[in-house]
Design a protein around this ligand. Sequence first.
Ligand code: XLS
Ligand code: CA
Ligand code: CA
Length: 441
Amino acid sequence: MSDYFPKVSKIKYEGPDSKNPLSFKHYNASEKVGDKTMAEHLRVAVAYWHTFCGTGGDPFGDQTMFRPWDEGGSDMEKAEKRLQAAFEFFTKLGVEYYCFHDRDIAPEGKDLAESNARLEKMCNMALQLQRDTGVKLLWGTANLFSNPRYMCGASTNPDPHVFAYAASQVKKMLEMTKMLGGVNYVFWGGREGYETLLNTDIERELDHLAKFLQMAADYKKEIGFEGQLLIEPKPKEPTKHQYDFDAATVIGFLKANGLDKDFKLNIEANHSTLAGHAFQHELATASANGMLGSIDANRGDLLLGWDTDQFSTDIYDAVAAMTVVLDQGGLAPGGLNFDAKVRRSSTDVEDLFHAHIGGMDTFALALKIAWKMKQDGILAKNIADRYAGYNSGIGAKIESGSATLKDMEEFVLANGEPKLVSGRQEMLENLVNQYILDLSR
Ligand code: XLS
Ligand code: CA
Ligand code: CA
């Protein structure tokens, strides 16, 4: 095993009283929460791109992070060192999963054939490291947004040559994800959208996007890849109008194109707030449609209008998220991918550990709180009581689909004005705070 993080040994669970910053206070992989361990509930993954490829550069400034695995050698030699560093990191952190884009682990070659050969070489190396360490692939994906050929989109590019290139990348990456035993495959359409209608035919672009996804779903079956296909909504950035705006938009698009049986959603916290929604709203919308597949766990900054991809520290938000996850009976085969990066001034390699420890502790504590709330059943009872009118009489008739407008009129004429019933929001908010305070120690 490599030694890129010499100051860090295996991170241990030391409990909430520990003062050791390089220890878990709440995340205890083997601790049972109900009938599953924390690791089984949370299925934490490290995002390869931010943690091992991030350089700290932003539109106003250069690289601030100089990683030891990036020093010296050819691009492929660096890629190999980076992969070693990644598995050292996963093992020391004690996570079970990771996620990557094709171009994160293997630099693009002079043409598709060379790029594919490089990717295959790096994936074989990853397979060996997976076997040596027991770390698994939560999802694979193809980067269809960085290369200049994708400047006007990938599958929604006006040029079918670009569509074909993107599809070829997906083909190869589906094969590699299968080879690595990946349990999901993600499509994030970063440049699947447009800047101006002066040069765009929305109708054709949406049709091309559907054709592209259909090809992927067909190829998945053809090669016998059993992972779940996921679409990750995001409203904007880098493109001004993105077709996969939010959960509701994606669900509508999938249904309109007969793709809803083949795809679920990967909901990211930061993308939810960029779309003007709460993270929980997006999770609940996907879940209510039976389509919540996986989560990109991070947070944005409500004062900034872009995708800051910060590590989760907000317990309240994480409790809300875990409530949806527990209500749908878990996330598997999905998981919690920490699609987050340290700030550009957090330049030590140890900062990568602090960041992940914080995120994992936040979700572990949130899991315990959400579980306790679910066991006590107060919130669920409140919601059930609120809709109890639909369990019988006119309500049951409406839900059965047999009621008519005439029935409604008849009912109101006979029963008069409905009573005002309090939603008791403040009481419920206080209750949640009480659980958070009680269980935080
Ligand atoms: C970018 C997205 C991206 C996807 C994977 O905003 O979050 O990183 O998760 O392509
Ligand atoms: Ca993401
Ligand atoms: Ca993001």
